[in-house]
Write a protein that binds this ligand. Structure first.
Ligand SMILES: Nc1ncnc2c1ncn2[C@@H]1O[C@H](COP(=O)(O)OP(=O)(O)OP(=O)(O)O)[C@@H](O)[C@H]1O
Length: 600
């Protein structure tokens, strides 16, 4: 860990959020859990409950209605107590459904992991087998299996398990394929671990949430399928009750005594619905991206707290002013602040460097400007952002969205993740133009080529039909800059635009940004963690630490006379050519002593 990264992290909420809290936060899942818990409790207690024998017939008492004395849910066509049969039958159906789920999950997941991990012929052979299994209508396949093995609950269980193996195998194989060639799996292999060990320690823990999610969402389905087979007389055999056979037996009295079939039908419905909503809740808890809301479709604009205090614009003549900004992230009911009390301004033609260690809040500050922090979980608690005199955070959503890319544009760190991999780069620049300008397709194309030329892409016309993966890292970043320039913005926010590039490309991109900024008189908010870049590039600098601005001023003055110890440490971290040893001594001295100051 770098010395800088070792400095204390922003304060976090003290309450520990467990998976239980997250599950219980989801009302539907809690409802499902309570309902399923009650049903499970009843079927566990059924042997000790004072209920009549579920199989004891009493023809004189046949088809008694609900709420008859001694028969709360009435009796069936043979005079058997429906409540007793329902609870014993539910016990059988749930046991068979869960057992089938476990068998299908075990075998299907093993096939999926082995096929995905091994790849090549093994994968091909296993998946073709699975495809054949899937090619049959599953209920027909289950019927054929039971017909071959003979009717009975155990055979129904095997049949249901078998027809569900492909769902697990396909799901798990897909996820395993993604992990099989990832760096951490390669590293484990290279460190000498055997295949089994790699599968068990590296692949399985990552695939496990998918297995559990598939289990929780298919268990209800399997209970339904078991009931279906019993309904057709291929599962539970008389006199044994399960929900499907009760439903099948009640069919003949559907119009004269509907309760005989409605009661088991309602129970099937309750079990399946509770399992499904609980399964959805479990999926949300197990997938950390869902947990933070990252996969939920983010709102088009960051949520702004209704009780936000919006200070007035104090920066005269600035084209961008941030006033006392406070942005945080929701975690349960808490909002954990990421930036606090941040005030900055940039004037036309000026370059402001925003510098700070990783996690200090630079990106959150930059993204808050145009309401781009994903909500959920992001929320702007307090503060204001002014573009000229316009209060951005008070604007109607559509107006704010219209300002994105026109008055203010962003250049992000990694163009490979921001460019669409399936479209040629020229088309993506054209899209940026089309977002704000009504120009004909041919003109737009010419404009896109001109922009690519302007940012220094050689043979721009030919390159414009290339896809992002066909360009180098530096060229991709140039495309990102071309897109930012597409609508002649007044301000560009460049968020560590050169971090992913090697030093020579980095220098060229920085030069390009500086030239364009001077040429077009744009304001630039340049985010970096490198004081070397700030000293060469920025007129003023703001230093950020733990979500707050700790020092701000003209770059030359801050460099010559840093006030905050953290600024001094950042400056000390800039290596000077030929002073390698001295630099390391300085850094080591600084961080060994913790609070040691830098000798200027
Ligand atoms: N989606 C999120 N949910 C919760 N916390 C987040 C989220 N995004 C960022 N944060 C937190 O906000 C804080 C500031 O993050 P930010 O990305 O602004 O840091 P940064 O200074 O830009 O770091 P870097 O230089 O590594 O990009 C960090 O503590 C981070 O963990």
């Amino acid at each position: 860990m770098s010395a800088l990264a070792a400095s204390p992290a922003p304060r976090r909420g003290s309450g520990r959020i467990t998976s239980w809290h997250l599950l219980l936060n989801n009302r539907l899942a809690t409802g499902g859990l309570v309902l399923l818990g009650l049903i499970l409790l009843l079927i566990v207690l059924v042997p000790i409950l004072p209920l009549p024998d579920p199989d004891a017939t009493a023809p004189v008492n046949r088809l008694q209605p609900v709420l008859t004395a001694g028969h709360l849910l009435g009796t069936d066509q043979l005079g058997r107590d429906i409540l007793s049969r329902l609870l014993w039958g539910t016990r059988v159906s749930i046991a068979v459904g869960f057992a089938a789920t476990l068998i299908a999950a075990g075998i299907g997941s093993a096939i999926g992991i082995i096929a995905g991990y091994a790849g090549g012929r093994t994968d091909n052979a296993m998946m073709r087998g699975i495809d054949m299994l899937m090619a049959f209508p599953y209920i027909l396949l289950a019927l054929a299996i039971v017909a071959a093995l003979g009717p009975g609950l155990m055979n129904a269980l095997y049949a249901i398990a078998l027809v569900n193996i492909p769902f697990f195998a396909r799901n798990v194989r897909g996820v395993t394929l993604g992990y099989a060639h990832s760096e951490f799996v390669d590293a484990a292999r290279l460190s000498g671990k055997g295949h089994l060990s790699v599968i068990l320690t590296e692949v399985l823990p990552n695939v496990m949430p998918v297995i559990v999610i598939t289990m929780s969402t298919t268990a209800g389905w399997m209970i339904l399928e078991t009931a279906g087979l019993s309904f057709l007389g291929l599962g539970a055999q008389p006199p044994q009750a399960d929900l499907g056979s009760m439903l099948g037996e009640g069919r003949a009295q559907l119009f004269t005594a509907p309760h005989v079939s409605v009661v088991p039908g309602a129970m099937i419905f309750l079990i399946v619905i509770s399992l499904n909503v609980l399964g959805d809740g479990i999926r949300d808890v197990l997938d950390p991206r869902l947990r933070s809301g990252a996969l939920a479709r983010p709102a088009p604009v960051t949520e702004v707290a209704p009780d936000r205090t919006a200070p007035a614009n104090t920066a005269e003549g600035a084209c961008l002013a941030i006033e006392k900004l406070e942005t945080g992230f929701r975690r349960g009911k808490e909002i954990i602040p990421a930036v606090r009390d941040v005030s900055l301004h940039v004037k036309p033609g000026e370059c402001l460097g925003l510098i700070g260690e990783s996690g200090s809040g630079k990106s959150v500050t930059a993204l808050s400007v145009m309401g781009l922090v994903a909500s959920p979980p992001g929320v702007i608690r307090n503060g204001a952002v002014y573009l000229g005199n316009d209060d951005v955070l008070s604007m109607p959503e559509t107006r704010l969205i219209a300002k994105r890319g026109s008055r203010l544009a962003y250049v992000f760190q990694d163009p490979l993740t921001t460019l669409h991999p399936m479209y040629p780069v020229g088309r993506q620049v054209e899209e940026a133009i089309a977002a704000h300008q009504q120009v004909r397709a041919a003109e737009r194309r010419e404009k896109a080529v001109a922009l690519l030329e302007k940012v220094g892409i050689p043979d721009a016309r030919e390159r414009s039909v290339h896809y992002p993966h066909q360009l180098s890292g530096g060229q991709r970043q140039r495309v990102g800059i071309a897109m930012a320039l597409a609508n002649d913005p007044e301000i560009i926010i460049a968020d560590e635009p050169t971090t992913a590039l090697d030093v020579t490309v980095q220098a060229r991109i920085l030069e390009l940004l500086r030239d364009l900024q001077r040429e077009q008189g744009m304001a630039l908010l340049f985010i970096t963690h490198d004081f070397g870049i700030v000293s060469e590039f920025c007129d003023r600098v703001a230093v950020m630490k733990d979500g707050e601005i700790v020092e701000t001023g003209k770059t030359r003055e801050v460099l010559a006379n840093p006030q905050h110890p953290y600024t001094k440490r950042l400056i000390a971290c800039v290596p000077e050519l030929g002073t390698g040893e001295r630099f390391l001594d300085r850094v080591a001295g600084l961080f060994a002593g913790g609070k040691a100051e830098v000798a200027q």
